[in-house]
Design a protein. Structure first.
Length: 515
């Protein structure tokens, strides 16, 4: 190349990072060894999005080449832009060193006309004569200020515990002109990465969400023009067949891992109490069409319908902001959640009034209350002060349900069964969110994942148990006549505590109520 051609080539690389990467950057491919970083179409799309937006958040599948893109983009910026600091945060020291090694390799392999002099090169830093520096750092123990730069890259953000603190410290510094590129494989929900990604999708923050799909990867599904690649794969021992990639991969990992790592599904961490595929199904059934009542504390999907009976199940909190009082109103005929109440600021007497009012509106609904210390208070308000009588009683005639370690498991089992069998229809995204983060711990306990709540689950499990119990003790023929078009909840479900009496009424009175 003569002087003029060198200049033209340099300018072209400066203006177009994709051109630079495809023609001059080298990477180590797992099978093919050192090769040109000839970007796949979906990888080109990632680079152009990163170019077009200041803040980007990428949801990636495994081995998509994203760390490599971050590395190549960093070296491109450091070469062609002066006085820039590119900070890359990885989870641990090994990852940050490995990433900088990739960048150093890219640098070493460049032709000399694209290579500014090296000012400093060590385990964590690469400084070029362009006065631009790449700092590759592990996430732990970093103060936000030392991580500030012109471009902040966070690799595998969902796996970095203190990323929210780092972001909070870095944001004020990069907010005035810096850029950010956050990338990660999905790692459960409720973490900073998940929330920021969801926020980007909902346009609630300044991030641009980038989504990629494993089927776009020519090494995972057959794409025209990559026959040379398929030949190399076939030549392996044992041969790798592009046609069977999905099947083979899925057979080697759990469904949950597949969904999370390749289909990029946000699922609960740990083992969720409700099985993953059921949770996904619940997620697709969330109904955002509701209206609010009581200062947004209650969401209503369906108003009372005179032909149905309803059940209200309530889990009571102290009402002092720590945890939440929650109740669901369930249509006993079709199992649909028609309303949901959720508040951490409602005193017991107010809650009692709301329940009495709503129970009255919903055709004198059956009210199921957890009988703990505060629950007794609520029962007292409802029964003695407000004189609401349709309260569930146990076999001893005591109002409310005593939740112990053992009975809690029975309640949860009822809920799990009704959800699995599609008997209960959950409309609320809030309830589904709690189910997504309700896990089985290593010691076998069922509880909300760290920082998550389970008040809607407690009340839902009470509702499920109540539904089981009431339907078992209710003559269904009677309701069938009333509802010819749709099938009622025909259930032969676990019955642990049969109802003997009911707000002072006998079983016969109950049948009369069920009309
Ligand atoms: N277009 C490409 N051409 C050749 N090799 C590529 C290409 N894209 C990625 N690779 C190679 O694929 C491998 C995976 O890339 P990389 O580690 O960047 O992916 P990742 O998305 O960060 O993966 P992980 O999920 O493991 O973090 C690397 O060896 C990389 O060099
Ligand atoms: Mg990676």
């Amino acid at each position: 190349m003569d002087q003029k051609e060198v200049f033209q080539e340099f300018t072209r690389c400066k203006e177009d990072p994709v051109y630079f990467m495809c023609n001059y950057v080298k990477v180590t491919h797992p099978i093919r060894g050192l090769v040109k970083f000839n970007l796949y179409p979906f990888q080109k799309r990632i680079v152009s999005e990163v170019q077009a937006h200041r803040f980007n958040i990428l949801r990636k599948f495994r081995q998509a080449g994203c760390t490599t893109i971050a590395a190549a983009y960093s070296i491109w910026m450091a070469i062609f832009q002066q006085h820039k600091t590119i900070v890359i945060i990885s989870k641990g020291d090994a990852e940050s060193t490995e990433l900088l090694d990739r960048i150093k390799l890219m640098y070493d392999e460049l032709p000399s006309f694209l290579k500014p002099g090296l000012v400093e090169s060590n385990k964590h830093t690469l400084k070029l004569a362009s006065h631009s520096t790449i700092k590759s750092r592990p996430s732990g123990k970093q103060s936000g200020r030392s991580l500030a730069g012109s471009l902040l890259i966070v690799d595998e953000a969902a796996f970095i515990d203190n990323i929210d603190t780092i972001w909070a410290a870095v944001y004020p510094i990069i907010s005035t002109g810096g850029r950010a590129f956050v990338l990660s494989t999905v790692n459960g929900i409720g973490n900073w990465y998940h929330e920021t990604y969801e926020g980007a999708i909902a346009k609630e923050n300044s991030f641009n969400a980038i989504d990629i799909n494993w089927e776009e990867h020519p090494e995972y599904a057959r794409h025209e023009g990559y026959e040379y690649l398929y030949d190399i794969m076939e030549a392996q021992d044992p041969p790798l067949s592009i046609e069977h990639w999905e099947e083979v991969t899925r057979s080697n990992i759990s469904l949950k891992k597949w969904k999370q790592e390749y289909e990029c599904a946000f699922l609960g961490t740990g083992e969720t109490f409700i099985e993953g595929s059921i949770l996904e199904n619940l997620h697709t059934q969330i109904n955002e069409e509701y209206y609010n009542k009581y200062n947004r504390r209650m969401r209503i999907w369906n108003d009372p319908d005179p032909q149905y009976d309803y059940l209200i199940a309530c889990d009571v909190a102290l009402g002092r902001e720590r945890d939440y009082s929650a109740f669901h109103i369930i249509n006993m005929y079709n199992g649909e959640q028609v309303a949901e109440f959720y508040s951490n600021k409602t005193p017991i007497n107010d809650l009692a009034e709301i329940i009495a009012k709503e129970a009255g509106l919903y055709n004198t609904a059956y009210v199921f209350i957890e009988r703990n210390t505060i629950g007794n208070n609520l029962i007292d308000w409802l029964f003695n002060v407000l004189e609401y009588e349709n309260l569930w009683t146990d076999e001893k005639g005591d109002i409310g349900y005593q939740v112990t370690m053992k009975t809690r498991e029975i309640l949860l089992a009822s809920m799990e069964e009704l959800i699995r069998r599609n008997v209960i229809k959950i409309n609320s995204g809030r309830t589904v969110q709690e189910l997504l983060t309700f896990i089985i711990t290593d010691t076998g306990r069922y509880e909300a994942d760290a920082g998550q709540h389970d008040d809607l689950i407690s009340s839902l499990s009470l509702a499920a148990f109540g539904l089981n119990n009431l339907i078992e003790t209710t003559p269904l023929e009677h309701t069938k006549i009333l509802h010819k078009e749709s099938k009622p909840l025909g259930m032969s479900l676990i019955k642990k505590y049969p109802i003997k009496s009911f707000g002072g009424m006998t079983q016969e009175d109950l049948r009369w109520l069920m009309k």
